[in-house]
Design a protein around this ligand. Structure first.
Ligand code: NAD
Length: 383
């Protein structure tokens, strides 16, 4: 068996996503499981090069995992011949500039979402990457989660008949930061720093809707900043200038109506932090990150509206659990493996910069809908 080492810059590795999901649970987990096998018998072996702004943080983090390759100098890392992939998990605002540098250095590029801050920039990156002949990818982790994989299996197997509607509920209470520290970084709540729940979550909703149900043709959205003042990591109060909730209706090709609420100002009375209910003529499903439950038309109860009597049925108990039928790995790791096979072995990978640009476009049009108080059509992005 031949081992094929591949140098991967991990920029933003000190951040929540860069560290936990991408370094520890993906790249190091891949090494722990022996690398990524490809069809010709080769095994892809990721060699992470940690890049960030603060020497001490990088040194500590590297030491914690027995790694030695780290730098605060992105340009020098990009100049190395043994580096083939640039990965970006920095704050969104820093992404475009760094990706441009990586394209100029001829590296393949994988990145967290959103690809850029606006559609024009995202498309421009896609064009530049195509012109440079580099292979691109954007994180679309939710597609690789067990709950959504099972939901996709139901769609592909024709379980629903004609799909009528999708209702998504995402969110949890993000602490304000005064009497309990906030569990998300403060830049998320400042528009001037690239924050906002619409630009954060609509790229996710875009690929979930597009991959499972159909192209998003129009969006109607209302946004809010429910918590106007928060306290940052240093204990300083600041104005929350970005939206912390988005209430949206997406019209899909084929007539499916999808409604998705996204909020960092709700308390969870659900089984999971995000849940999608899909109703079709033949059956319905409720999928979360891990589980998926179904009810077929043949076993659908016939409730009668009568508020004078207490509910006589346990509605939740009438749903059946969809079995795993396979082993599900961490979603981020699964997508990393697919991207590495794409770069090394040319295997197909459709979650590229153009897919990422469509996600950015939906966020931009959602915000426009909210700003202008109207329904906005989503044009197909030209190549
Ligand atoms: N796929 C997902 O589910 C998911 C979830 C959360 C966040 N994200 C995305 O991941 C990216 C990082 O988010 P995070 O939650 O890890 O953020 P974070 O604040 O925890 O980390 C940000 C990283 O960027 C670095 N950085 C570089 N330049 C910076 C600057 N000028 N100011 C501040 N930090 C700077 C920081 O050092 C840090 O390593 C964002 O683009 C976000 O949209 C994706």
């Amino acid at each position: 068996m031949t081992r094929r080492s591949i140098g991967i810059i991990v920029n933003g590795v000190t951040g929540r996503m860069g560290y936990r999901q991408h370094l520890v649970r993906s790249l190091l987990a891949i090494r722990e499981s022996g690398g990524v096998p490809v069809a010709d018998g080769t095994t892809i072996w990721p060699e992470p090069i940690l890049v960030g702004r603060t020497e001490t943080k990088l040194r500590d983090l590297a030491a914690r995992h027995g790694l030695t390759d780290w730098t605060t100098d992105l340009a020098s890392a990009l100049a190395r011949d043994d580096v083939e992939i640039y990965f970006d998990a920095q704050v969104t605002q820093q992404r475009e500039k760094a990706i441009r540098q990586a394209i100029e250095a001829g590296k393949h590029i994988y990145t967290e979402k959103p690809l850029a801050e606006d559609t024009a920039a995202a498309l421009d990156l896609a064009r530049a990457a195509d012109a440079a002949g580099v292979r691109t990818g954007v994180v679309q982790d939710k597609l690789f989660l067990p709950g959504l994989r099972k939901l996709k299996r139901l769609v592909d197997g024709g379980f629903f008949g004609r799909i009528l509607s999708v209702r998504g509920e995402f969110g949890y209470w993000v602490f304000e930061g005064d009497w309990q520290p906030a569990q998300r970084p403060s830049w998320n709540y400042r528009a001037e720093d690239g924050g906002g729940i619409t630009s954060d979550m609509f790229p996710h909703w875009h690929y979930v809707l597009e991959e499972l149900f159909g192209r998003v043709a129009a969006v109607t959205c209302v946004t809010a900043t429910h918590v106007p003042e928060r306290v940052d990591e240093a204990g300083r109060a600041y104005q929350a200038t970005a939206d912390d909730a988005a209430y949206a209706v997406f019209e899909l090709d084929g007539g499916i109506i999808a409604q998705i609420n996204s909020s960092w100002g709700v308390r969870v009375y659900r089984d999971e932090l995000v849940e999608f209910q899909v109703d079709g003529t033949e059956g319905s499903a409720v999928a979360g990150l891990r589980t998926c439950r179904v009810q077929h038309r043949a076993v659908t109860p016939k409730p009668v509206w009568n508020p004078d009597l207490p509910a006589t049925e346990d509605f939740r108990a009438q749903w059946a659990e969809v079995p795993d039928n396979e082993e599900f790995d961490n979603g981020f790791k699964a997508q990393w493996e697919a991207y590495l096979r794409h770069v090394v072995a040319g295997e197909p990978f459709r979650w590229d910069f153009r897919a990422g640009a469509r996600g950015v476009q939906l966020a931009e049009l959602g915000l426009r809908s909210a700003r202008e108080g109207r329904r906005v059509e989503v044009p197909e992005l030209r190549r």
